[in-house]
Design a protein around this ligand. Structure first.
Ligand SMILES: Cc1cc2nc3c(=O)[nH]c(=O)nc-3n(C[C@H](O)[C@H](O)[C@H](O)COP(=O)(O)OP(=O)(O)OC[C@H]3O[C@@H](n4cnc5c(N)ncnc54)[C@H](O)[C@@H]3O)c2cc1C
Length: 417
């Protein structure tokens, strides 16, 4: 009797959102997180990923505050904690490898003062995938060729020739989102930083130690080595360039380009370039921010890098992807009208993104100066700033902002039967 009454009253509280069937384009970070929450709220997400399997490349991404909170709300905290980085610190080195400035990971005084953790992107992508793969339909090796919003449904034609209909489509397909191009036009919404990055691993050598070593070479180029394990060292190569489109070259061409651009660089560059052709986890991209006046058109919306990539310069990419996924799914769960859900999603996200997309002015020039004189001057200034007591003072200044309490809304889970 009591249980019948309880069931009846609970069914009155049923979640107002509809049980949409939703295409999620992209199986990176935002895509699986969105699919997780949609599934949890009783909707039917289908994730389509262009690659033939989950892409397990890339280096480290940061999780902090709201981003970390979303991950914990997904129930993946213990898996993430097993994989987080134990950082020593960074040496800014000269061409002989001699440290010019050193930044101990704990020199800000309080461990974890920004409540930030680092995890390898492939580990995070894999944890997310494993967390939902049994509950959500995944289609690998396919991609939308056209997206036709017919008012009452969206018809999607895939590269494979398949045609399917969905209530809603969400582009979670990264900075160069095809969903965005198909629905919103060209890529004019990317604000380029005139910077390219490449990440890959090489075999470890005894000289690699425990610290990250960062070297800026003249011409706006940088080489960084991050010891990863007993056998591997991760490499970050960056170069400034106003040329557009290198990210669309094939991997072999991109590796060849790096061989050419870094051929005269000293420090560890010759060793890195020797190993580069053999790297099997190579990732190369342009650095830029996606800025759009709106993220939704009709029954299509965007999440993560596709709609609002903050760029690796902010370290916020994974955070905004997780938070965007959480808010979008939550709003869809509590509104009958998807237009209202999209509106509320945007209303919540805009102020969060205004902070997340902030880049310290001149940071690219500071990290990768063009001339030897500018590099020497930069190193001298950093040598001063990174003295422990100054670092601690800076730490106190930034702590109040960065360690604020997470302000995520709650989307209550209400049993529906
Ligand atoms: C392989 C890879 C490595 C990365 N490494 C780093 C790193 O080391 N450091 C860092 O700060 N950021 C890295 N990033 C970017 C980082 O993951 C994102 O900034 C952030 O996590 C937001 O995630 P996202 O899901 O929005 O986009 P992404 O992580 O870029 O995921 C987008 C997904 O969509 C897929 N996709 C693209 N186009 C289509 C299409 N037309 N149809 C179907 N699927 C499509 C992609 O294959 C990818 O799996 C990497 C991204 C990728 C894809």
């Amino acid at each position: 009797m009591l249980s019948t009454l309880l069931r009846r009253s609970l069914s009155n509280l049923k979640r107002p959102g509809k049980n949409y069937n939703i295409l999620v384009v992209g199986g990176g970070i935002a895509g699986p997180a969105l699919a997780f929450f949609l599934h949890r709220y009783g909707m039917k997400p289908v994730v389509v990923e262009r690659a033939s399997e989950i892409r397990l490349s890339g280096q480290w991404v940061d999780l902090e505050n709201e981003g970390k909170e979303v991950a914990w709300r997904m129930g993946i905290e213990s898996k993430v904690r097993q994989k987080i980085a134990e950082e020593q610190g960074i040496h800014i080195v000269d061409s002989t490898g001699r440290p010019q400035a050193s930044f101990d990971a704990h020199s800000f005084g309080e461990k974890d003062f920004v409540e930030q953790i680092e995890i390898r992107r492939p580990e995070l992508a894999n944890i997310l995938y494993e967390h939902i793969r049994n509950d959500v339909e995944y289609v690998f090796g396919d991609s939308p060729q056209s997206i036709d919003d017919r008012g009452d449904i969206v018809q999607v034609k895939f590269a494979s020739g398949n045609v399917r209909e969905f209530d809603l489509v969400v582009g979670a397909d990264g900075i160069h989102s095809k969903t965005r191009r198909l629905v919103f036009g060209d890529e004019s919404s990317i604000a380029y930083a005139d910077l390219y990055t490449a990440y890959f691993s090489i075999p470890r050598s005894d000289s690699d130690g425990n610290w990250v070593r960062f070297y800026a070479a003249p011409g706006g180029r940088s080489v960084a080595l991050r010891p990863d394990s007993q056998v591997r060292t991760q490499i970050y190569l960056c170069f400034r360039s106003k040329e557009r489109g290198y990210e669309y070259l094939g991997v072999d061409m991109q590796k060849h380009l790096l061989q050419k651009l870094f051929a005269d660089v000293d420090f560890e560059a010759p060793r890195i370039l020797r190993e580069l052709p053999n790297s099997d986890d190579f990732y190369f991209n342009t650095v830029g921010q996606v800025r759009m006046d709106r993220w939704s058109r009709g029954r299509v919306t965007l999440v993560g890098d596709a709609g609002y990539c903050p760029s690796p310069l902010t370290g916020m990419g994974a955070n905004v992807a997780l938070v965007g996924a959480y808010i979008l799914a939550g709003e869809l769960s509590r509104h009958q009208d998807y237009n209202e859900a999209f509106k509320q999603y945007e209303t919540w996200m805009r102020p969060y993104l205004a902070e997340a997309q902030k880049i310290i002015p001149g940071s690219v020039r500071l990290a990768l100066p063009k001339t030897r004189t500018a590099i020497a001057l930069r190193n001298a200034v950093l040598g001063f700033v990174f003295r422990p007591h100054i670092a601690r003072f800076i730490g106190k200044l930034v702590t109040s902002k960065a360690s604020r309490k997470s302000v995520l809304p709650n989307y209550e889970i209400v049993p529906t039967s």
